[in-house]
Design a protein around this ligand. Structure first.
Ligand SMILES: NC(=O)c1ccc[n+]([C@@H]2O[C@H](COP(=O)([O-])OP(=O)(O)OC[C@H]3O[C@@H](n4cnc5c(N)ncnc54)[C@H](O)[C@@H]3O)[C@@H](O)[C@H]2O)c1
Ligand SMILES: [Zn+2]
Ligand SMILES: [Zn+2]
Length: 372
């Protein structure tokens, strides 16, 4: 069938919205009519080349839609089902999935390749016949896509898909960075560095886990205001600015968790993050650093003497098949906000405009809403 998608052919170029040819789903695969896709910063890392994914690629990894057709052997979804895609697939049977680490599913090894996990071929092709790869194996900047059932998580049909899409990355990643990777507990002091789609949800996670102080740090005033609406207790424009006041607030004990959720991680900011962290505290590195960056500046003596920890976190260290339904329940119960995360909606043709707005700090999340 013919459909439309936003394709990146070369790094540092704009997304090209074009008509593409989509094959029928093969065994274990699912054809989905896309309704909405969040515009996460990770796609921007593919554009800059910081995330070396294979090109040409259909962008987008935070999507929701409706199943139109399933291939042979598909058991977890059926036509008419509403689905959110996990940006890491979960097979359910590999050593990671079967020990409660679906975010680290072994199928994740194919994320940067972007071909179907079943046979390493493409279902998506340009009008000229070239194979198109899929960002995170899903390619949600599209009106239709074909993905493996391992990427599909069924949700109830009454949840608006233009907010449900955020559960495919930002909500789970941010919330889990606080709750799972950070292990925030009642009374903790938590700093969240960078308030985009990820940091906003780290704020929500820290608040819900019972943090006493939720300190949101972002140079953009609108982001700081939004953070207060989502549960932050204090805001600052930079880590340096936060240092003195956090020292006062915590009687010098500093933060139990410092959650790094800036647009682009920088190794030379790690010293500042460790400085905000107290004894036995954790720095959670969720933001992506450029692949070629191999140096970080920090005092390892400080780390040892204060027993500080630095941990990475992918997809909120969560189990999307359990945590997406859990977060929907929390939303239904009024305990987390989803609607308030969407600053602006765009058409698929406006994808580049959406990223201009993300770069200039205008959006907590911009969401593409498809016309199909
Ligand atoms: N680990 C994962 O599983 C995972 C998943 C999704 C996204 N990410 C990454 O998380 C990061 C955040 O993504 P996003 O979509 O929320 O980005 P975003 O661009 O929407 O938001 C980033 C925010 O960081 C702020 N910022 C930039 N420099 C800062 C600094 N020095 N101090 C404080 N704030 C600063 C910006 O003003 C902006 O508000 C990106 O690197 C993204 O690729 C990681
Ligand atoms: Zn993302
Ligand atoms: Zn698995």
């Amino acid at each position: 069938m013919k459909t439309r998608a936003a394709v990146l052919r070369e790094t540092k170029q704009e997304w090209s919205v074009e008509e593409i040819e989509l094959d029928a789903p093969g065994p274990g695969e699912v054809l989905v009519e896309m309704h909405a896709s969040g515009m996460c910063h990770s796609d921007e890392h593919v554009v800059t080349g910081d995330l070396p994914f294979e090109l040409p690629v259909i962008g987008g990894h935070e999507g929701a839609g409706v199943v139109l057709e399933v291939g042979a052997g598909v058991t977890n979804v059926a036509p008419g089902d509403h689905v959110v895609f996990g940006f890491v697939p979960s097979c359910g049977t590999c050593p990671s999935c079967s020990t409660g680490h679906q975010n680290l599913c072994d199928l994740g090894q194919y994320l940067a390749v972007g071909l179907q996990v079943s046979d390493q071929t493409a279902r998506h092709h340009s009008a000229a016949g070239e194979d198109l790869r899929l960002m995170c194996l899903i390619g949600t900047f599209s009106e239709h896509t074909v993905v493996n059932q391992a990427s599909c998580i069924k949700i109830e049909n009454d949840i608006p898909l233009d907010v449900a899409c955020l559960l495919g990355c930002g909500v789970v990643t941010g919330w889990g960075s606080a709750v799972y990777a950070g292990e925030v507990g009642p009374g903790d002091s938590v700093a969240v560095i960078g308030i985009g789609g990820i940091g906003a949800n780290a704020v929500q996670g820290a608040k819900l886990a019972g943090a006493k102080h939720v300190i949101a740090i972002d140079p953009v005033e609108f982001k700081r205001e939004k953070a207060m609406e989502l549960g932050a207790t204090h805001t600052f424009a930079s880590m340096e600015e936060a240092m003195v006041e956090v020292t006062d607030l915590t009687y010098g004990r500093m933060c139990n968790q410092v959650l790094m959720t800036m647009g682009e991680g920088k190794g030379d900011l790690m010293a500042g993050a460790l400085g905000l962290t107290g004894k036995l505290g954790k720095v959670v590195v969720t933001n992506l650093h450029a692949a070629e960056e191999v140096n970080a500046t920090m005092s390892l003596l400080d780390m040892t003497l204060m027993e500080k920890k630095i941990v990475g976190s992918l997809f909120g260290s969560a189990n999307p098949r359990a945590d997406i339904p859990r977060l929907i329940d929390l939303w239904r119960n009024g305990q987390i906000d989803l609607e308030g995360l969407v600053t602006k909606r765009y058409t698929l043709d406006q994808v580049n405009e959406g990223y201009v707005d993300m770069r200039s700090g205008k959006n907590i999340r911009g969401v593409l809403v498809m016309n199909s």
